[in-house]
Design a protein around this ligand. Sequence first.
Ligand code: SF4
Ligand code: SF4
Length: 186
Amino acid sequence: MKKQYAFLVDTERCIGCFTCAMACRNYYHQVEGVVWRQVHPLSEEIYPHRERAFLSLSCNHCENPACLNVCPVEAYTKREEDGVVVHHQEKCIGCGNCIRSCPYGAPKYNPVEKRAEKCSLCHERLDAGLDPACVQACPTDALQLVDLAEFERTNEVQYPAGYPRMEGLNPSTRFVLPKTPKMVRR
Ligand code: SF4
Ligand code: SF4
């Protein structure tokens, strides 16, 4: 397998502090209402914990990206060297095809620029030998950057409950699920 960078989201470690989402915002200064990384509390019906669990989500840097395949002006590229799916906003014409096609809601419409935008995995930071801003900021190592070609853990899943199963896209993000149940609600 070729090198494929991926986010590893460890719900056992995540404390729901939103630092990852804030770090993304501090770094890229998205306009109001545009969010590239979001932290979602898991439904207690799926994970019946008294202690809450969270998923920190952004673009999955898919093997076969729907966004790239539907863009009429080649504003998306998938990097040969590490599989990162980069959006080139200067090429974007704001047609919205990618926004409508991504089942994970990763590309967002910027009403000021009148163009799409999304997480491009801080590729400039990767090229400088740095972690993505969100990964660097996480205080509990709940969010990590891994290379799927070398990834050896066995307790991770690709599709947690409620996450769209899109085998054609093959999203790269992996999840460590919370152990259920930690405490039984009475
Ligand atoms: S999650 Fe959506 S935006 Fe990201 S690479 Fe996959 S299809 Fe494209
Ligand atoms: S910074 Fe880490 S612990 Fe905090 S919400 Fe994000 S992933 Fe969870």
